[in-house]
Design a protein around this ligand. Structure first.
Ligand SMILES: Cc1cc2nc3c(=O)[nH]c(=O)nc-3n(C[C@H](O)[C@H](O)[C@H](O)COP(=O)(O)OP(=O)(O)OC[C@H]3O[C@@H](n4cnc5c(N)ncnc54)[C@H](O)[C@@H]3O)c2cc1C
Length: 148
């Protein structure tokens, strides 16, 4: 992604990769979630880049023809204590600038996910999604190569 950004300018750049291909480090085996941004501590670089990165992927999806499904995400709570944690995540997410966050009741969760039978409620984050991380990394690199 850095190489693609640099390739927009008149620069000479090189990508060094010790393995036979790119994206076979951590990127090949993560959970593929485009996180909404309610997890990271407010004000941290991770929180800022998470929320901005999520928004950027909405644009990058078309530019790079990325395989992304904007599924939204649910953090399910099964106890009263976990319901309290959801409130903390909700408040943190709002401070981080995550839009559309909402605590869903048991009934509302079951409408979306009928198999979550022990659930008490959930935090709904509509801006989260899932992607194909390997394909995304390849798309960034291919675009950089096409840019020269
Ligand atoms: C189990 C797990 C689940 C995760 N789930 C998610 C998730 O759902 N969503 C999310 O956003 N993030 C997730 N992450 C984090 C995410 O996977 C990483 O932040 C991301 O993949 C890091 O990318 P990277 O390019 O910095 O590193 P890598 O993908 O590790 O790339 C580093 C590259 O550098 C190369 N390299 C290393 N040393 C040298 C050298 N000396 N010379 C040349 N090349 C070298 C490696 O071969 C590799 O290709 C998860 C991480 C883990 C471990």
């Amino acid at each position: 992604a850095v190489l693609r950004e640099l390739s927009k300018y008149d620069l000479k750049c090189v990508l060094l990769e010790k393995e036979p291909d790119i994206a076979i480090g951590t990127t090949k085996a993560n959970s593929a979630i485009l996180h909404a941004g309610f997890d990271a501590p407010t004000g941290s670089l991770k929180a800022i880049t998470n929320v901005r990165g999520n928004a950027l992927y909405h644009e990058l999806q078309n530019e790079l023809d990325l395989d992304i499904k904007w599924t939204g995400s649910l953090v399910a709570a099964t106890t009263d204590e976990e319901m309290q944690t959801l409130q903390e995540l909700l408040q943190r997410g709002k401070k981080n600038g995550v839009e559309g966050l909402q605590i869903l009741s048991k009934e509302e969760v079951l409408k979306q996910e009928p198999n979550l039978t022990t659930v008490k409620g959930a935090l709904w984050a509509p801006s989260a999604g899932v992607c194909w991380p390997f394909g995304a990394a390849i798309a960034f690199a291919q675009c950089a190569v096409q840019n020269g």
